[in-house]
Design a protein around this ligand. Structure first.
Ligand SMILES: Cc1cc2nc3c(=O)[nH]c(=O)nc-3n(C[C@H](O)[C@H](O)[C@H](O)COP(=O)(O)OP(=O)(O)OC[C@H]3O[C@@H](n4cnc5c(N)ncnc54)[C@H](O)[C@@H]3O)c2cc1C
Length: 462
């Protein structure tokens, strides 16, 4: 394979057993799982100055731990639970029961979450490097994989026996020459969203004036009368852990490609423009928001999908909607297909399709193994799925569960000197069950309303 850079001249920074590229929710869990039994050297590399990816750059709610509907079941567990526990210990999370949408959310303080990720990664003995971007890959037969990184100190090489691509954009797979679909090629790509947080909201006054229903009506009215050029008539507007603070996921930027940097630049500017249209709307129209201000925009615009790698298996819409439970499943998902995109008439539309029957499907191991790869896994929002299936299986409980599976798979592959595609999945499943993962649909409904279950998650709010 041709490298873009003459890698022979680049100094060797480290040799590691498992290298994880990208410290988003998927990558952090992959590193924690790979280092769980402290057998192998694990390295985690991230381009920004903090871990968490989308979880800390722009969001405050883990979806996907629970199924939606009136009878929520908890379907993701194991190492992802330890993150929620840590947030719970300092009072930095609460449950937000929803019967609609993606179901009960685990709301958290994203700033505290950065610290939690740091602490977990360090405690697990992971070699952790921030501000460091993967820029090239060299794969030579019978050699460890060489990954070239750039940071303020220069170019560096890391040699790794196993690699987990958790970059969200499948940067490793792209540079290594694996095949993938780019969102927008076959079906319209999901829109991008700048999220924002407002402080000084009088929530009591907001509730007394009609709360979310009133907000929905005012948004509709604002769009229909043309008074405020809101891009969407709906969106998630919810209370945060911090007193008097509200998070909003409503901006919608379409028709720009996130992998083309000139277009991504335009998207960032457009996202910020829209956010301040909402700020004016809230301040002028919504009781309780008169003195509120935006105190934080997302670190970057939220990108829902870019590259989706072709794996040994590709999750499809049919798999999701038939509630398929393949024998080689490595995690469960119950989130609906939630597709944010421009409708036929150019209007804002979000398409929802719920998982029928028992409301859950299993995700097979092959979805995290890139086609033709020997010692590589791909997890998180760039895993192997069609557009529709991805629109269901992209919540953070699922991306964490993928990371958990890939980290344990890398360990098993080293233990048994086996390639990713030849791994005995039943042995991986044993390891998953040992750390507490859920691979069967629970019979009992999760009691999300009292302490003592969901591991003492005691506070719930609407
Ligand atoms: C606007 C928006 C709203 C959403 N709302 C929710 C929600 O409320 N709840 C929910 O559960 N899910 C939500 N999702 C989906 C979910 O957040 C994502 O699917 C999930 O966080 C993806 O996790 P990831 O680890 O795969 O990728 P990311 O979180 O994108 O992490 C990838 C990491 O890799 C790093 N990286 C990238 N390239 C390189 C490189 N070359 N070298 C080194 N590091 C690199 C990035 O900086 C990043 O930290 C939302 C997504 C968006 C965009």
């Amino acid at each position: 394979m041709m490298a873009f850079i003459n890698h022979h001249q680049i100094p060797l920074l480290a040799e590691t057993d498992v290298l994880v590229v990208g410290a988003g929710s998927a990558g952090c869990l992959a590193a924690l799982a790979a280092s769980h039994d402290r057998k192998y050297k694990v390295m985690l590399v991230e381009r920004y100055g903090f871990p968490g990816g989308t979880s800390t750059q722009m969001l405050d709610t883990f979806y996907g731990f629970f199924t939606p509907g009136d009878a929520p079941k908890k379907i993701v567990a194991g190492l992802p639970d330890t993150i929620v526990h840590a947030l719970h210990e300092t009072g930095d999370m609460f449950l937000r029961p929803n019967t609609y949408g993606a179901g009960t959310g685990v709301n958290y303080n994203p700033e505290r979450l950065k610290h939690v990720w740091d602490q977990k990664i360090i405690a697990a003995g992971v070699h952790f490097l921030l501000h460091t971007t993967l820029v090239d890959v060299v794969i030579e037969e019978a050699e460890p994989i060489s990954c070239i990184f750039w940071n303020k100190s220069g170019f560096y090489k890391v040699k790794a026996k196993r690699v987990i691509d958790a970059s969200g954009d499948a940067d490793f797979c792209h540079l290594a020459g694996y095949t993938y679909e780019v969102a927008g090629e076959l079906e319209p790509a999901q829109s991008m969203t700048t999220t924002f947080r407002m402080s000084n909201v009088n929530l009591e006054k907001f509730q007394q004036a009609g709360g979310k229903q009133m907000l929905k009506e005012k948004m509709k009215e604002a769009v229909e009368t043309g008074k405020h050029a809101l891009p969407r008539k709906e969106g998630s507007v919810h209370e945060m852990c911090q007193q008097g603070c509200v998070a909003t996921v409503a901006v919608k930027v379409n028709d720009l490609r996130a992998l083309e940097v000139a277009e991504l630049t335009q998207a960032e500017i457009e996202g910020r423009r829209q956010a301040f249209i909402y700020e004016t709307f809230f301040r002028q129209e919504i009781p309780g928001y008169e003195a509120a201000n935006i105190i934080g925009l997302s670190h970057q615009i939220g990108v829902r999908e870019t590259r989706r790698v072709y794996g040994a298996y590709r999750l499809t819409k049919e798999d999701c909607l038939s509630g398929s439970m393949p024998p080689d499943r490595i995690l469960l998902c119950g989130a609906p297909i939630e597709d944010h995109r421009k409708g036929k008439n150019g209007e804002d539309e979000t398409f929802w399709q719920y998982i029928p029957g028992r409301g859950v499907y299993g995700v097979p191991y092959g979805t995290i193994v890139p086609q033709g790869s020997e010692y590589v896994w791909v997890v998180g929002r760039c895993f192997s799925a069609t557009h529709d299936a991805h629109a269901s299986c992209r919540s953070m409980a699922q991306t964490m569960a993928m990371g958990q599976a890939a980290g344990l798979a890398a360990v098993l592959s080293l233990d048994t000197d086996t390639a990713a595609h030849a791994l005995e999945v039943s042995r991986l499943q044993e390891k998953l069950l040992q750390v507490g993962a859920i691979l069967e649909i629970p019979e009992t409904i999760a009691d999300t309303s009292r302490s003592g279950w969901v591991h003492n998650f005691s506070k719930t709010r609407q």
